[in-house]
Design a protein around this ligand. Structure first.
Ligand code: SAH
Length: 326
């Protein structure tokens, strides 16, 4: 073998070695992208790149046809979706919790908010202020951990949502919860988020909570009466009602902000109708695999939908269905 051939072979070997290194690096980078953490329900750290779930749509039924994938390839998106579904399933099956905070009293409350800020769930001062002002300890059943980042059963096959879900929804709706604005909380349960809305829109605003379980509505009223939001209930800018939340609450419509605290299979039309042009609705959609949708109503009445994150909520359903087997 002459020296030229030997050199050529050395070059080929070197090229192959470099190729392998590049492939390995690319694989590592892909893994890092996949493990970029965002947060989902039940206080678990959920590893899915949130931005890849975003899309715009003018109608909920055509969401998947209108994927806004300008910045990402379809193949990568599909890969991410499958991975995120698989991860969700694993988290649900094996419950690998990573909770933000536990504790009691005001230090637990402050610690809970501090942690939500540290994890980037709370970015606004107003949201931090209301979540610190309204004591979650007054809204969870006696003996349960109020400040641990997890949902807590409240009876009737319902739960109070985890603090990070409350914080996420408050953040998403913050711009529609300025003093004087109107908000509807469907599936108000314990009344915690309804109370937060009342603190944000103030006495000149209007907040309505609707739940279809009368006992929960009674309980939410008692909870609010013990809290810093009591004066709004007394003066009438905050009210809690028994009703089928899928029909909204026409009396005080249209609303700047609508929050739905239970997962719907499709967006209820009355809620869309009761959303003010320029208003925003946050609603979990889906059955087993659920996504938190953010629906913005434009001034011309058209709607824009994007997906915020994967979530797990109790279903938005009939009272009989919810209480079945209870
Ligand atoms: N956001 C609340 C409760 C979440 S649990 C909290 O954090 O305390 C979901 C709530 O939705 C339950 O209280 C349940 O009773 C209610 N719900 C489910 N379907 C409903 C419907 N069709 N109308 C009104 N409330 C409903």
């Amino acid at each position: 073998m002459n020296t030229n051939t030997q050199t050529e072979q050395q070059i080929i070997r070197e090229e192959t070695r470099i190729d392998k290194i590049i492939k390995k690096r690319k694989k590592k980078m892909r893994a890092q992208v996949l493990l970029c953490p965002t947060i989902t329900a039940y206080g678990r750290l959920y590893c899915a790149p949130r931005r890849l779930h975003r899309y715009n749509s003018s109608s909920s039924s055509s969401q998947f046809l209108n994927l806004n994938l300008s910045r990402f390839s379809g193949a990568l998106f599909f890969h991410m979706e499958v991975c995120s579904l698989a991860r969700n399933l694993c988290f649900s099956l094996f419950s690998t919790h990573k909770q933000f905070q536990s504790g009691t009293g005001s230090s637990g409350k402050r610690g809970m908010v501090e942690n939500l800020k540290r994890y980037g769930v709370i970015s606004s001062k107003r949201v931090a202020q209301v979540m610190e002002a309204l004591d979650r300890g007054l809204f969870v059943p006696v003996g349960s951990s109020a400040y641990v980042d997890t949902p807590v059963p409240i009876g009737y096959n319902a739960t109070i949502s985890a603090p990070h879900m409350h914080a996420t929804c408050l953040q998403l709706l913050e711009d529609k919860l300025h003093p004087g604005m109107r908000a509807l909380d469907v599936g108000s349960g314990t009344g915690y988020l309804t109370g937060c809305f009342a603190l944000m829109v103030g006495a000149e605003g209007r907040v309505v909570g609707v739940d279809h379980i009368p006992e929960l509505v009674d309980m939410s009223i008692k909870n609010i009466e013990k809290s810093v939001a009591a004066s709004f209930l007394k003066k009438g800018s905050l009210s809690l009602h028994v009703g089928d939340g899928r029909k909204g609450w026409q009396e005080f419509a249209p609303y700047d902000a609508i929050h739905v605290g239970a997962a719907a299979s499709e967006i209820p039309q009355p809620l869309l109708d009761q959303l003010k042009p320029g208003g925003r609705m946050v609603i979990p959609l889906g059955t087993y695999f659920q996504e938190l949708k953010v629906i913005d109503k434009n001034e011309d009445g058209s709607i824009k939908v994007h997906t915020e994150t994967s979530v797990r909520y109790v279903p938005l359903t009939s009272r009989v269905e919810q209480l079945g087997g209870f």
